[in-house]
Design a binder for this molecule. Structure first.
Ligand SMILES: Cc1cc2nc3c(=O)[nH]c(=O)nc-3n(C[C@H](O)[C@H](O)[C@H](O)COP(=O)(O)OP(=O)(O)OC[C@H]3O[C@@H](n4cnc5c(N)ncnc54)[C@H](O)[C@@H]3O)c2cc1C
Length: 556
């Protein structure tokens, strides 16, 4: 029974928005005329995780500044505190007497997993009702993957959670007396300065990026997402907003579906072949992005179901494969973008500078590290997590393992860095931009600079082994050896039977063509909530000020 003179506490974590925020809506509904306050905790153990970079703190800070204003408009105060979660919430409980704590379920790292367990224990002992609500398609305590697709669709199709405009005032005096640490940026948190040229945080920025994608950039999604030249503008660029919860997955799904329905309706009435081709391209792109929204939760579900995959091989028969061989020299060269393979090096340097890489390039750098350099996925994954602004533990560790051959259920996908460079960056525009040592190298050699004759090297101002490294390994030879070692492990009878268990636990339930059992993008449903009006064409330079004009050049 809630006494409305006692406020209700909403604990914000990776859900930094007000729109479609089930925890906020539930807290207001349950307060029944009482006040609601929101708390965000700067937790040292979270801030100091090896996966965190100053760019994460800076992006989070921008989200919080935006959120504080939005909550203020709703009459909800945002309190921040710095310290360990249980201690901070216990002191807030003593100060306010709150008896209901509402938050979202989080599929996070080992640190937040243990923190949440401690918190549940504390809540039980303190007689606090701790309500954790889902905010994505990830299902807690899922018994079996069968039927999961349908659950995902149900969540995506449900009405968005709206916070009523009038918030209760009972207990408001208590809330207004609460001390707050305020909005802490990197400097206030004692972190190094954020040096990345990255996307800006905040719910407003998230809405702008989504609108711009659905009204303009999304046309080129299909066909434009693999090359590092076209991907920065062709991809949605929603990942950091989804990861920090500045926009909900349901909002993105519903807005994309509304746009797809609009395209479909226009297609049915379009008569000119040009218009029809254009609308077909939109349709293809929107379907492709919607599949990926589904993948987002599909991959997160794996970590939710088996938290150990953050640290251990999904296929335990693969234990020992790379664990004992730690080559710091190779790891260091890969991190610095000095492997001698131009596209790999350009990707690593661009990632460190901007905090983002497209899927294909992420897969390429991991494949190169795991197969060509035979590095274990854990240290490489930690480095990437620090530099991916969109670090999402469930997607990240599942993908790391998938691209390293340790799941036992995925076909080995080994990328050839030179072939990818020729296909995805044929003129070496991306390579030259991020590896300036290769700027003067003639086009014929930019993908394989080690094949330059000595006089060409001198003329190009790029002597291999002096100005730019010779290849760290022979890719073809090292991949042959990697395949041999993996085949021994993966084909052992015990591994094959273990892999069946992995497939049962984590495999997507898809038909042989790769479609979902019941493909949600084929089905039409009514939207809930009005679609935002299409904004005027936006200047990509405004949304992504760090892009140089040549990165929008789709050469594929
Ligand atoms: C080794 C590796 C690590 C990755 N780590 C992360 C991570 O930490 N966080 C993260 O959000 N994505 C990760 N991805 C998936 C993918 O590369 C990014 O989601 C995507 O590049 C983000 O850019 P975008 O928002 O423009 O994506 P878009 O292509 O526009 O896709 C829209 C959304 O769909 C989801 N999505 C897209 N591709 C995938 C995918 N393959 N698997 C799961 N969800 C997907 C993301 O939420 C993305 O924001 C990883 C991929 C690889 C190969």
């Amino acid at each position: 029974m809630i006494d409305n003179a006692v406020p209700v506490c909403v604990w914000l974590k990776r859900d930094l928005r007000v729109a479609d925020h089930p925890a906020l809506a539930e807290a207001v509904a349950r307060a029944r005329g009482g006040a609601v306050f929101a708390v965000f905790l700067y937790e040292p153990e979270v801030l100091l995780q090896p996966e965190r970079d100053a760019s994460h703190a800076a992006f989070e800070h921008e989200c919080l500044v935006d959120l504080e204003a939005a909550l203020g408009r709703l009459g909800i105060r945002l309190i921040t505190r710095r310290g360990e979660a249980v201690a901070m919430l216990e002191s807030l409980r003593r100060e306010t007497g709150f008896r209901l704590l509402v938050a979202h379920e989080e599929t996070g790292t080992g640190v937040t997993y243990l923190r949440d367990r401690r918190l549940r224990c504390w809540a039980r002992e303190a007689g606090i009702e701790f309500l954790e609500l889902p905010q994505t398609g990830v299902v807690r305590r899922l018994g079996s993957r069968t039927g999961w697709n349908r659950l995902w669709e149900t969540r995506m199709e449900a009405d968005r959670a709206a916070v009523p405009r009038s918030i209760g005032r009972g207990g408001l005096a208590t809330v207004s007396r609460l001390a707050t640490a305020g909005m802490l940026d990197c400097r206030a948190l004692g972190l190094p300065a954020d040096t990345k040229d990255r996307q800006r945080g905040g719910e407003h920025a998230a809405g702008d990026v989504l609108d711009d994608f659905l009204s303009r950039r999304g046309r080129n999604y299909s066909g434009g997402i693999s090359s590092p030249l076209s991907a920065p503008t062709s991809c949605s660029r929603l990942s950091p907003y989804l990861s920090f919860g500045a926009i909900s997955m349901r909002t993105v799904w519903q807005e994309s579906e509304a746009r797809r329905q609009e395209v479909l309706a226009n297609f049915l009435t379009a008569t000119s072949p040009r218009d029809r081709a254009e609308l077909k391209a939109w349709q293809r792109s929107l379907k492709a992005v919607q599949s990926r929204l589904h993948w987002h939760c599909h991959f997160m579900q794996k970590l939710e179901d088996e938290p150990a995959i953050e640290f251990h091989n999904m296929l335990r028969a693969a234990d020992g494969l790379r664990e004992t061989e730690v080559c710091t020299e190779r790891l260091d060269a890969w991190q610095k973008g000095c492997t001698g393979y131009p596209l790999v090096d350009a990707c690593m340097r661009s990632l460190v500078a901007t905090g983002w890489l497209t899927f294909r390039m992420r897969a390429l750098v991991v494949s190169f590290a795991s197969y060509s350099l035979w590095l274990h996925w854990r240290p490489t994954g930690l480095f990437l997590a620090r530099h991916f602004l969109d670090f999402e533990p469930g997607i990240h560790w599942s993908q790391l393992q998938m691209q390293s051959g340790t799941t036992g259920i995925n076909t080995l996908r080994i990328y050839n860095p030179t072939k990818q460079a020729i296909e995805q960056d044929p003129r070496g525009v991306f390579i030259r931009r991020w590896v300036p040592e290769l700027a003067g190298v003639p086009p014929a050699y930019v993908h394989m600079p080690w094949t330059m004759p000595a006089d060409v090297q001198r003329a190009a101002g790029c002597v291999i082994g002096h100005d730019y490294p010779a290849p760290l390994v022979d890719h073809a030879k090292s991949v042959r050896e990697a395949k041999r070692r993996l085949a021994i492990v993966r084909n052992a009878p015990a591994a094959l039977s273990e892999a069946r268990g992995v497939a049962e636990r984590h495999g997507s339930r898809r038909d042989r063509r790769g479609a979902m059992q019941q493909d949600p993008v084929r089905r039409t449903f009514g939207r809930s909530g009005p679609r935002r009006k299409a904004p005027p064409a936006t200047d990509p330079q405004r949304l992504f000020p760090f892009l140089s004009p040549d990165t929008g050049d789709d050469t594929s």
